[in-house]
Design a protein around this ligand. Sequence first.
Ligand code: ADP
Ligand code: MG
Length: 350
Amino acid sequence: MLEDKNQQRTSLASLGEFGLIEHLTKNIKTKQPSTAKGIGDDAAVLDFKGKKTVVSTDMLVEGVHFDLSYMPLKHLGYKAVVVNISDICAMNAIPTQITISIAVSNRFPLEALEELYEGMRLAAQVYDVDIIGGDTTSSQKGMIISITAIGQADEEELTYRNGAGNTDLLVVTGDVGAAYMGLQVLEREREVFKVNPQNQPDLDAYTYLIERQLKPEARKDIKEILKGLEIKPTAMIDVSDGLSSEILHLCKQSGVGCNLYEEKIPVDPQLISSCEEFNIDITTVAINGGEDYELLFTVKIEDYDKLKHNPNFTVIGHMTQESEGMHLVTRANTKIPLKARGWNAMQEEE
Ligand code: ADP
Ligand code: MG
């Protein structure tokens, strides 16, 4: 995981807005050929030379999307960039640039923003995207982060949510549910800490879960892997709100139904043991827990042989005619209607 440090406290007021922008952006350089002009003018200039450009934006609000009591700022910066890059990857495009806008209250010292930016710069480096601009302003309370991600793709590579056809296979990358359980573990530790600050938590059994929550990764690798296998997905989406909610999006937009097989859903061993410990149903977490940032896509049934042995992919179901509806087929072979109970819905239920 990322290192954290917070020693000095330099007040933001002592720098002023321009001083702060200058401080946060002075070491930012650009590398992408499509970046013609980065930070420093009224607007950035991009040149994609005939490629299609994709743009996606997300806003994160303190207290709504993140909680700084267990989210170190460097991780927050990293994650804020990653979740936007994930949206570009979900179009089967390559992320190339981001803009970063922040609003912060004067409760944060400069050092806090430096940590946030360290995480953002690290993510930009790992995913090879240029930071080409943004905006900096103050807020009355808390922190708001808005990131816009830009990417490129050939027109025929772009993959939308609405292309899934009847009989297409439903495929997910990696495993699901771990980020949600990571959050459960972190929230429990926070409660324990409130009661007994001396308590040193032993989190060894949950390292994967916590990493998935605090330092998720976007599947930038999948576009190349699919290309190498000569597979063009028919529809694609990233798993941010939970598998079941994303499947419903694909189905509704494509005008198809779906059977999702419970026994096929890929989960990590740590998810299984922690669900047992917390007495939560594994499948409920796997299909409703969000923030996995894996990719969910459909392929033509003829492509099955090309991907069946690839460790990145699990076929978890298939699409049907729209009239058949959207179902989870359980291990006991009963069909339950799939519901869109995203991550937020789960929170409210508790
Ligand atoms: P303007 O007055 O036109 O909004 P600013 O003074 O806000 O310009 O920004 C100056 C430059 O710094 C611009 O290139 C802008 O994109 C960039 N910038 C401002 N804030 C940020 C930030 N938080 N992160 C990255 N770049 C930023
Ligand atoms: Mg500005």
